[in-house]
Design a protein around this ligand. Structure first.
Ligand code: HEC
Length: 179
C-alpha cells in the first residue's frame, strides 16, 4: 500500500464523515421546521377562533325592522344588537297597547294642546257633551274619524295601523281622565 493510496482512503473516510454530519444536521433542521410550522398553524387557528367568535354579533345590522305595528321598544343604549338568528325570526305578534300608551304616542299631539279644535284631555266642560253621546259614538268617531263643529278628528288619529281595540282603549282613557 503506497502512502498515496493511504491518503486517498483517509480522504474518503473524512468525506463520508462530513457528508453524514451534514445530512444529519439537515435532517434535524427539516424536523425542526415541521414542528415550527405546526406551532405557527396552531396559533393562527386559535386567533381565527377568537376572531370568528362573536362575529355574527359584530356584523349584525344596527337596526331591525319593526313590522308588528307596535311602538318599537328602544334597546338600552350600548347594548349589542341581537344576533342575526333573531333578526330573521318572525315578527312578534302585535302587543296590545294600553289606552294611556296609545294616547301618549298618538292622540296627545292634538288632545293635549287642544290643537285644531280638539277637546283637551282633562277639560271636563269640553268632554261632558261628547261623553253624553255615549261610548259607542265616541269609539266610532275615533276609529272612523269625523268632522265636527270644532275641527276634524282624523280616523284613528291618523294612525290606521292601530287596532280598533287600541283606539277604543285610548278613548276610554281620555274620557276617564276628563271628568
Ligand atoms: C290631528 C289631530 C288629532 C289627533 C292626532 C287625534 N284627534 Fe281626536 N279629535 C281631534 C279634533 C279636532 C276633534 C274635535 C272634532 C270636533 O268635534 O269638532 C277630536 C275629537 C275626538 C273625540 C270626540 C269625538 C266626539 O264624538 O265628540 C274623541 C273620542 C277623540 N278625538 C279621540 C281620539 C283618539 C283616541 C286619538 C288617538 C288615537 C285622537 N283622537 C287623535 C283631533 C285629533
Amino acid at each position: 500500500m503506497s502512502s498515496n493510496q493511504h491518503d486517498d482512503a483517509q480522504q474518503d473516510a473524512n468525506f463520508i464523515r462530513t457528508f453524514a454530519m451534514v445530512l444529519g444536521i439537515l435532517t434535524l433542521l427539516g424536523i425542526g421546521v415541521v414542528f415550527l410550522a405546526r406551532g405557527v398553524n396552531e396559533n393562527v387557528a386559535e386567533e381565527q377562533g377568537a376572531y370568528t367568535e362573536g362575529l355574527e354579533t359584530r356584523i349584525a345590522p344596527v337596526g331591525q325592522l319593526n313590522t308588528s305595528g307596535a311602538a318599537a321598544s328602544v334597546a338600552a343604549a350600548g347594548a349589542p344588537p341581537a344576533p342575526a338568528a333573531e333578526a330573521t325570526a318572525p315578527a312578534a305578534a302585535p302587543v296590545a297597547l294600553s289606552g294611556k300608551e296609545v294616547y301618549d304616542s298618538v292622540c296627545f299631539a292634538c288632545h293635549t294642546p287642544g290643537a285644531a279644535g280638539a277637546p283637551k284631555l282633562g277639560d271636563a266642560a269640553a268632554w261632558a257633551p261628547r261623553v253624553a253621546q255615549g261610548a259607542d259614538t265616541l269609539h266610532k268617531h275615533a276609529i272612523e274619524g269625523y268632522m265636527g263643529n270644532g275641527g276634524m278628528m282624523p280616523p284613528k288619529g291618523g294612525r290606521p295601523d292601530l287596532a280598533d281595540e287600541a283606539v277604543k282603549a285610548a278613548v276610554d282613557y281620555m274620557v276617564e281622565n276628563s271628568k
